[in-house]
Design a protein around this ligand. Structure first.
Ligand code: TRP
Length: 361
């Protein structure tokens, strides 16, 4: 059995630095590691519709934005298949069969779904599609026989649900068809949750505290210069706090010693810079200017690649089309195996057809 990665995002807006450190950067590394036989990145538009049924327009726009974000970060379509969830009918069919293997009370226990219901204030009007999306997510993963699913911690309940479905399917219809996947979590805390430019816990579109991968150099500069630091660090001489100071959190996430050598050689590393800030005598502007240089080193090539792809949208559409066609071909194969195991492949089962003919002739 090959090593297969599947992961995905709901297309509800363009991607930002939080997505970049939390998942995109890792995906590119995994892609280039050469350790995987097949890699899929799914644009989960059908899942996005489960709580955006009345706003397909937003999802539609985001499909291209997100694809451009992927490609500009270094996702290489010759190594990674990017595809659109709703275009794979087999996913619906597989979900439909999985629904018989999951109880309502099991769905009710999913902590991520519970938190999302609260956040969206659904109360008594939870869409059934939303409620059951963990089942559809199990189909996303297993249709491609993925064994590795790089995700954030909030997705662990979906992986657990998927594993349970795989086991239940094995017990009910026979082992060996589906693959039990594992989650691959980000390697460190900052990567799981990059704060917003306002210092709030999370970068999120609705809070307006994001630096987008598609932001211009000018926008990045403006956003960094107005970033939240330490509100008590008023004069340069004042001692400052680095904890909870978003500028330092970003430096934790993005900078390394080589940046100091290049842009701020009076410090050997981030520890020295932090020590000076805490002691007093180091102004926010100097640190912010350094952060801008560090971020630009990462963002400039992304921006350049995006500009290239934007010039050739036909190419981007072809990438999506080819990725989707490939995903469908893999999905069809798995679904045929599933239906055979479930004994609902009537017209492919010659022995069954013979028995029926004999019985009633
Ligand atoms: N639920 C994921 C998110 O909100 C998106 C997603 C859908 C996904 N299907 C998936 C992630 C399958 C990994 C595997 O980010």
């Amino acid at each position: 059995m090959g090593k297969v990665i599947l992961t995905g995002d709901r297309p509800t807006g363009k991607l930002h630095l939080g997505h970049y450190v939390g998942s995109l950067k890792r995906r590119v590394q995994l892609q280039n590691s050469g350790e995987y036989d097949d890699i899929f990145i799914m644009i989960a538009d059908a899942q996005a519709l489960t709580d955006n049924a009345d706003n397909p327009e937003k999802i539609r726009e985001s499909i291209i934005e997100v694809t451009l974000d992927y490609l500009s970060c270094g996702i290489d379509p010759s190594k990674t298949h990017i595809f659109i969830q709703s275009q794979i009918q087999e996913l619906c069919e597989l979900s439909f069969y999985y629904m018989n293997l999951v109880t309502v009370s099991r769905l009710q226990r999913n902590p991520t779904v519970k938190a999302e219901i609260k956040m969206r204030d659904f109360q008594a009007s939870i869409p059934v599609g939303f409620y059951t999306y963990p089942i559809s997510q199990a189909a996303d993963i297993t249709l491609f026989k993925a064994d590795t699913v790089p995700v954030g911690e909030d997705q662990l309940p979906m992986l657990e649900q998927t594993r349970e479905i795989v086991r239940s399917f094995g017990n009910t219809y026979g082992e060996g068809v589906l693959v039990e996947p594992s989650a691959m979590l980000p390697d460190n805390k900052i990567c799981s949750r990059l704060p917003g430019t306002d210092g709030k816990a999370k970068m999120s579109k609705s809070l307006g505290n994001c630096i987008y991968l598609s932001d211009s150099a000018k926008d990045v500069k403006t956003k960094v210069m107005s970033m939240y630091t330490d509100p008590d660090h008023i004069r340069i001489e004042d001692p400052g706090k680095v904890e909870g100071n978003a500028v330092f959190t970003y430096l934790d996430a993005f900078s390394d010693d080589s940046h100091f050598e290049k842009y701020l050689p009076e410090y050997a590393n981030l520890d020295e810079l932090k020590a000076h800030y805490m002691k007093g005598g180091l102004g926010d502007v100097k640190v912010k200017k350094f952060l801008i240089k560090v971020l630009e080193e990462e963002l400039a090539p992304i921006r350049e690649r995006r500009a290239e792809y934007e010039k050739d949208v036909t190419k981007v559409l072809n990438i999506l089309k080819e990725g989707t066609d490939y995903a469908r071909s893999v999905g069809e194969k798995t679904l045929a195996e599933v239906k055979a195991a479930m004994k609902i492949n009537y017209f492919d089962d010659d022995a069954l057809l013979e028995t029926w003919k004999k019985k009633y002739n």
